[in-house]
Ligand binder design. Structure first.
Ligand code: FAD
Ligand code: MLT
Ligand code: ZN
Length: 487
């Protein structure tokens, strides 16, 4: 009966377990498998009890049924596990910090969780060329702290930095709050060590340890956004960027979305090389932050429809401050903003950034949250929020928007006191079809995982989908890596 479900109706909130029943081609874990794993990893590397932190996602919406978590300590141990799982047809979910927001790092049925938590020893940094080489299980913030002592920083930053891992960041092609300045991870990735799910658990070194190398296809880049489908990343080589000596943050209040876009245009022109963030929060998320986390706006005016957080980073405080002040004056004199505060201290800046970075937590505290992560041409960016507000009406508790406006990436979040099928029927597939019809992407940064699986064909030509499936088959002939998801 279950097998027929996807054919007889379009599932509403389709997580992979609904769409894809357990595949009989995968073996069930037996005692002999556990013994083999213990043989590779030692008893301490195999965990069967108290594993809910590995089988539940950050939002609490995805709960898998995996019954064992493996903790390899190095590439060789990953290789032994994948070779064994390939030969014995055991399905495996690679897992980094488990902060992903589409259910990609959670087992759907009884897949083994392959945690990267202990692969975090190797670290080296060339502080002349700015090239970092490190194990994939390093937490992003730890890497950034290490680089800080050497005058550098990671070229991307996100609210989950205290838990997410560099391997997970590569596997999701994480975006975050500095993409407007430093570009996507494609601009920084140089090389990867990857273990393939083949008979030998082949260890392959892709790309280079140097900045320029055009001698082959740029294979490491296939792993950016691969969501654990192609192989397990165990080591990463990438560029870091010089740590700015001067950072300025300002919060601006804006009356209309059209003016937000004009402020963006002006920021690019006037702040140009020092502009490092351009983040967006609407009034509804500000209200949600106040109600659920007791966080209050930094702007004084009683009602501000839109707030923008602008950051500059540079090497000369006087120069950067002069640019920021002139930019703010121009915003005011052109009546683009109704209010504005320039952070006078790092405590002020922290307060501003706390608002933006706490937005994901504020919406999860609101009840049940329907998260979206789409990119759109700017003329449709906030139109989506208005369309969905109208469509959902009273069924939604809140319709809030925050996001990386400078990158055209909106995080429209719709909350409800509890999961609501009527609301889901109104939202899906309408929302994703609307995004594609208006020239956008249904996933700007979080990926497909389980959450967007039913919609993953939207906006992609069938030839591209076919090519992706062929690539998957080459890397993972038995399909044991992260089944029931993205590909
Ligand atoms: P996981 O969640 O563990 O895994 C994510 C996917 O990668 C899974 O499919 C998994 O199988 C695969 N994977 C993980 N490690 C490996 C590996 N070593 N080899 C192969 N595959 C692997 N994302 C953004 O892009 N921008 C943001 O601004 C942002 N902000 C966030 C804020 C909060 C508060 C939270 C909770 C999440 C946010 N995210 C954001 C989402 C998430 O943090 C990122 O997707 C992050 O890159 C995931 O890293 P992770 O180590 O937690 O990966
Ligand atoms: C963010 O930008 O805050 C993240 O991508 C997380 C989210 O969308 O909630
Ligand atoms: Zn984001």
């Amino acid at each position: 009966m279950l097998k027929l479900l996807p054919k007889i109706r379009r599932p509403i909130r389709c997580y992979a377990a609904v769409l894809a029943p357990r595949s009989d081609s995968f073996a069930k874990i037996m005692q002999t498998d556990l013994m083999a794993f213990e043989n590779f990893l030692g008893k301490e590397g195999v965990k069967k009890d108290d594993i809910s932190n590995h089988t539940t996602d950050w939002t609490g919406q995805f709960k898998g049924h995996g019954s064992v978590v493996l903790y390899p300590k190095n590439t060789e141990e990953v290789s032994a596990i994948l070779a064994y799982c390939m030969k014995n047809k055991i399905a495996v979910v690679p897992q980094g910090g488990n902060t992903g927001l589409v259910g990609g790092s959670i087992p759907v049925h009884d897949e083994v969780v392959l945690s990267m938590n202990k692969i975090n020893k190797l670290f080296s940094f060339d502080d002349t060329m700015g090239i970092l080489q490190c194990d994939a299980g390093f937490i992003l913030e730890e890497l950034d702290n290490k680089l800080s002592k050497l005058g550098y920083m990671m070229p991307f930053d996100l609210g989950a930095k205290g838990s997410c891992q560099i391997g997970g960041n590569i596997a999701t092609c994480a975006g975050g709050i500095r993409l407007i300045r430093y570009g996507s991870l494609h601009a920084h990735l140089l090389g990867l060590t990857v273990v393939l799910p083949d008979e030998q658990g082949s260890v392959v070194h892709l790309g280079s340890k140097i900045r320029k190398d055009n001698t082959s296809l740029h294979t490491p880049h296939l792993f950016l956004g691969s969501e654990g489908q192609l192989g397990v990343i165990t080591n990463v080589t990438m560029t870091a960027v010089p740590r700015p000596k001067s950072v300025q943050s300002a919060m601006l209040g804006v009356e209309s979305f059209k003016k937000c876009c004009e402020v963006l245009k002006l920021a690019k022109s006037r702040l140009s090389e020092v502009l490092s963030s351009f983040e967006f929060l609407d009034e509804a998320i500000m209200e949600c932050l106040k109600t659920n986390l007791n966080l209050h706006p930094v702007l004084n005016a009683s009602s501000i429809p839109f707030s923008i957080l602008v950051e500059t980073s540079g090497s000369n405080e006087d120069h950067d401050m002069e640019k920021m002040s002139a930019f703010l004056d121009e915003c005011l004199s052109k009546k683009l903003i109704v209010d504005g505060v320039l952070a006078g201290s790092s405590a002020d800046a922290t307060k501003m950034w706390q608002l933006r970075e706490s937005a994901p937590l504020a919406v999860t505290r609101d009840g049940y949250v329907y998260k979206h992560d789409v990119s759109l041409p700017l003329e449709h960016y906030y139109e989506l929020t208005n369309v969905m507000k109208e469509r959902c009406g009273d069924l939604a508790k809140r319709v809030v928007t925050y996001g990386h406006l400078g990158d055209g990436n909106t995080h429209l979040n719709i909350t409800s006191s509890k999961q609501n099928e009527d609301l889901e029927k109104l939202m899906y597939p309408f929302l994703y079809e609307w995004v594609v019809a208006h020239g956008g992407s249904i996933s700007a940064e979080h990926g497909i995982g389980q959450l967007k699986l039913p919609y993953s064909n939207l906006g992609k030509e069938s030839e591209e989908r076919l090519l992706t499936k062929k690539l998957k088959k080459i890397f993972d002939p038995n399909g044991i890596l992260n089944p029931y998801k993205m590909i």
